[in-house]
Design a protein around this ligand. Sequence first.
Ligand code: SF4
Length: 697
Amino acid sequence: MKVVLSYAPAAHDESKNVSWAQVIWKGNNMRYAETGFNLEIDLSRGNIERVETDPRDTELYLGGLGTNAKILWDRVPPEVEPFSPDNLLIFSTGLLCGTPATGCNRTIVSTLSPQTRLMAFSMMGGFWAPELKYAGYDKVILRGKSPDLVYLWINNDKVEIRDASHLRGKGAVETAELIRQELNEPKAQVAAIGLAGENRVYFASIEQGRSSASRAGIGAVMGDKGLKAIVVRGTKDINIARPAEFIGLCNEVLKYIKFRNENPIPGVMPILAGLGSPQEMKVHDEKWHTENFAWGNSRVRRKEFWNEEIAKDWMETMETMRTRLISCYNCPMTCGATMSPPGLPTYMMKCFSKLTYTMAAFSDLQFGLGIAQSATEYGVDAFSAPQVMAFALELYENGILTDEDFPGMPSDNEGRFYWLLDRIVRREGIGDVLANGTYWAAKEIGKGAEEYAHNNIKKHEQLPLKLGMLNPIYFLMYATGEKINITQIEGQFPQAPFPTREEREAFVKDWFQIPDEKFKQYFLDWELRGEKSIPYYPTPEMCCDIVDWQERMHYIDDALGMCAGLSSFPLKPPYHIHNYPKFISAAAGIDMDEEKLTQAIKRYRTLVRANNTRRGMRRKDEKPPEDHWRKRFPELEEKLLDTYYKFKGWNNQGIPTKESLHELGLDYVFEDFEKRGIYSDNGDTPSEETSAEKEKE
Ligand code: SF4
């Protein structure tokens, strides 16, 4: 049920080229935690509507990713192309965004990805989502395409589509600043694309404050819709169902964060011992990343790379360029930093992008932090972009691309990266091919280039990591993950066994975040060597439990708008399966317990899969790169996948079964699958064409 409560036909001021709608408040149903309203914007027609949402959807799918998946299912059938006006681009707050819950500030952006051609749901921290809630909306749902470049200005009840032709070609950070000045609204929050988004680069990001939504090319969809930015200012309140109880829960979390900050977990590497993102802005010791992750086009391990001299040099670079540590909205963790490379404007740096350009180019930190400034302004994913450039140079070194493909490219390595980045975001020459990411670029280049696009899952560049022995937990996470973000669904269970039983016993003592005691035993018995070590331990059944638990936490976060750094990603986090139902009940007034919450997550997680199943995703797509581990075990891998599919209620193609859909109240999905003949599909559904190829047709 969707009721349009207020609808003012968009007026248009020719002289300023501005469409606007004054929202008229009707309806008086009290909603808690959420506002109960979405903004629906048709960019083709310049139409703006404020639409009341159905509270029953919140109970069934929570919010954020959950309700986004439902909207995409209902309104974007598989015939729709990522660059079609019928594709939706949804900016959603999480259910608890804007409440006092610490670290709950994620914007969940969902659409169809031009890169994977599947459902994309990229998250960004910062300040945007709470601001949207305070303006009175849970989501902004965009459809159509604007004929001219525009930006959206949401100022509480007044919503305008404004001309952005003067911002064409501007950087994402620069755009945010110019708009704030133009509107005289220094407190407005701006989510903007740079040149990469405007030119539909498949790994274009949406940049906002100290964060960005980068994966799967959602910035390209924003650019395709002719939308340069969404600007929000909100000054309203959010209702909390049981405020005193809710504040009590928030205080417990804050207390625990303080405790954990003072008591890092012993026995794990420093970046995993604390909370928040891996604290890359504070950590100076990069031995682990630089020696374990692959350099270049995710090929070369440099095991003896880190030494005292480099440590000193990199620390000086970081200390010189880092001007201030910063947090996202309502969070004490200061995971990000403002960076001021010499001679360049200040920008904000987050997480591992500190190292991605450096390592792709076999260069130093100074280079990495410098080029990241340009990349942030252009608005590209800091994981894909460096890999794509390193891939191009590898093809060049191996004669697959030649001098003719790189006219005027500098001869020095760093210069080449700057040159390539520039060509890619402008889609000039070879840059036009590379702008589609390594998977599609390799197909277009041919001549054996596909061998070099060796780090993709579901057509998307993954973490540049190549390891020795298959890890069965990670195999399942990588293979079946649909989040395509860098952490996939890892987190709550330690990444590796602790060497001694004593250490393991100490670890499990205060491990109250586990959903079931059996996880303690799984971990206690996990050995570095011998019978109970990888790849055959944990057993496939145990791996299912572990992966499912980890995934469950990520999916809760993505519906509530919680930062994974305080929940699904670190070990022993402040938010967990036992206190989340209390948060939801006290804030949203929904009668929630662990069982009901688990069922809701299962429902919208299945709906994400259903969206992708309908778009052709099958078992053949669920495999990590061949060279991700040196030692592979094909029989075990098949067994892992079989067991996990069964555990999840999916058939051997990874398609949710009639029974599991029925149990989740998703019979409408089953009916659609039946109608489309999806169950009789043998897994050979073609899903290879690019949007560009379709468009050419
Ligand atoms: S933990 Fe870090 S990344 Fe997460 S909300 Fe806080 S500051 Fe942002």
